[in-house]
Design a protein around this ligand. Structure first.
Ligand SMILES: Nc1ncnc2c1ncn2[C@@H]1O[C@H](COP(=O)(O)OP(=O)(O)OP(=O)(O)O)[C@@H](O)[C@H]1O
Length: 250
């Protein structure tokens, strides 16, 4: 395999909480441009895996390589600056600010600028333009001067994706982006994710198998703390261990 195509390589990753082992030797490779879904039963450790990749938790043992560099145990800030972005939960954004102000805050933080720090007007204009482009891409252009609190649920999720994109990431991690959505909203947000993350690498945790099998080109199945299968949707659908452990008769 060509190493340069690997965005993420996880080797023998273990994590325990107070002696209770949640991840027991996860091996995972995510290639550039992949739409990679991580699936598995409730409590399998999917979110824990995300928390380790994004630096929120440190691994108990094992290594994580991002674009060829060992990033095991680095802080969330450093990893974000390196281009690993996790979708924001709307509860973490500035509720009183407008859509534009929130996305602008992301664009500024990517450039290492603080929220209230005024640059030369020309730079300021360039940042605002970039923020507007992203807002347009997620379909919120007409709402950009609205406060976050006035947005409908689906629109708030679109804003989360916009803020994630404002960090200009190489690797995007989305934890159940369709949770709590209606069928129609789910369809729209999946179409949106597919469109606006093209050319970037995506890892998604998702319980909705319709979403997984329509969006992902690679699926890894986490079960009892290890990846029991990884491959194309076709391969996963026909994998006997996966059927036994998780997909059942679906
Ligand atoms: N900070 C923590 N301290 C102690 N235990 C934790 C912590 N974070 C997660 N766990 C435990 O790790 C296990 C795996 O949780 P995790 O949220 O990673 O699973 P998941 O696969 O994302 O589940 P779900 O599909 O239900 O979201 C659970 O038993 C959970 O209680």
């Amino acid at each position: 395999m060509n190493e340069s195509l690997e965005v993420l390589r996880i080797e023998k990753l273990c994590k325990d909480f107070s002696g209770l082992e949640i991840l027991s030797g996860v091996d995972l490779i995510v290639k550039r441009g992949e739409r990679h879904a991580v699936i598995g039963p409730n409590g399998a450790g999917k979110t824990t895996l995300f928390n380790i990749i994004t630096g929120k938790y440190k691994p108990s043992s094992g290594r994580i390589y991002y674009r060829g560099r060992d990033v095991s145990g680095l802080s969330p800030d450093v990893l974000a600056q390196m281009g690993i972005a996790r979708s924001f939960q709307i509860t973490n954004v500035f509720q009183g600010l407008t859509v534009l102000e929130n996305v602008l805050a992301g664009v500024r933080s990517k450039r290492g600028l603080k929220y209230s720090f005024f640059r030369r007007p020309v730079e300021q204009r360039e940042l605002v333009e970039r923020a507007k482009q992203i807002i347009e891409a997620v379909g919120l252009y007409d709402l950009m001067d609205r406060p976050v609190t006035s947005l409908a649920y689906g629109q708030q999720r679109a804003l989360e994706i916009a803020i994630t994109l404002s960090l200009d990431p190489h690797l995007i991690l989305l934890d159940e982006p369709t949770a709590g959505m209606t069928r129609e909203e789910t369809k729209n947000v999946i179409e949106l994710i597919d469109r606006i993350t093209r050319g970037r690498t995506l890892i998604i945790i998702e319980h909705d198998m319709d979403v997984v099998f329509s969006l992902a080109d690679t699926i890894s199945v986490l079960h009892h703390g290890v990846i029991i299968a990884s491959g194309s949707p076709e391969k996963i659908r026909n994998d006997q261990r996966v059927k036994d452990a998780y997909l059942g008769e679906e």
